[in-house]
Design a protein around this ligand. Structure first.
Ligand SMILES: Nc1nc2c(c(=O)[nH]1)N[C@H]1C(S)=C(S)[C@@H](COP(=O)(O)O)O[C@H]1N2
Ligand SMILES: [Mo]
Length: 155
């Protein structure tokens, strides 16, 4: 995990870097993610190693986080945007990809969140966690996210 540490006993603060096709690439703390409208998701997913899991997450939509960073995506018409993809990387190297259309309200419009808390526990030290309510399995619920990259096929 990439962290910033201040002098004394202050806890480590995780940061997540938004980069790629963005006009305003930025490094955000979980506290800064809380500036965006928060949504709650009560979810269940299956894990190969630990079985069925239930969690309640809160945090902003990934869509709102990306829009705030001014994506360089042509939203004229509906076809040009569909080549874009979002890659999220965790502190342990686990990496997952979403397609732009999964979160675009004119397509899948899924309420995919960058969670700032899990079951009421803040994620300021661990880093945000991806919430993909429509996924049956937990493997895209990537935790300790350190980077979110927006790219496009053909770049
Ligand atoms: N960074 C990271 N996030 C991850 C994983 C991982 O290996 N690394 N495993 C995923 C898998 S396989 C599952 S099932 C869920 C498990 O979440 P839980 O243990 O909090 O229920 O986390 C996901 N998030
Ligand atoms: Mo899992």
């Amino acid at each position: 995990m990439r962290t910033t540490q201040s002098v004394g006993a202050a806890p480590a603060t995780a940061t997540v870097r938004l980069h790629g096709r963005l006009d305003q690439p930025v490094e955000l703390t979980v506290e800064q993610l809380r500036a965006l409208p928060a949504h709650r998701a009560e979810v269940s997913f299956d894990c190969l190693s630990s079985g069925l899991q239930h969690h309640t997450f809160e945090g902003p939509r990934l869509w709102d986080v990306l829009r705030a960073a001014k994506p360089r995506v042509d939203l004229t018409g509906r076809k040009r945007r569909l080549r874009h993809l979002i890659a999220l990387t965790g502190a342990d190297g686990h990496c997952v990809v979403l397609s732009w259309a999964e979160i675009d309200p004119e397509f899948g419009g899924q309420q995919i969140l960058l969670a700032t808390s899990i079951d009421g526990t803040p994620l300021d030290e661990a880093g945000p966690q991806l919430v993909v309510p429509a996924d049956a399995s937990g493997a895209r619920y990537i935790s300790g996210i350190t980077a979110v990259w927006l790219g496009a096929v053909g770049d």
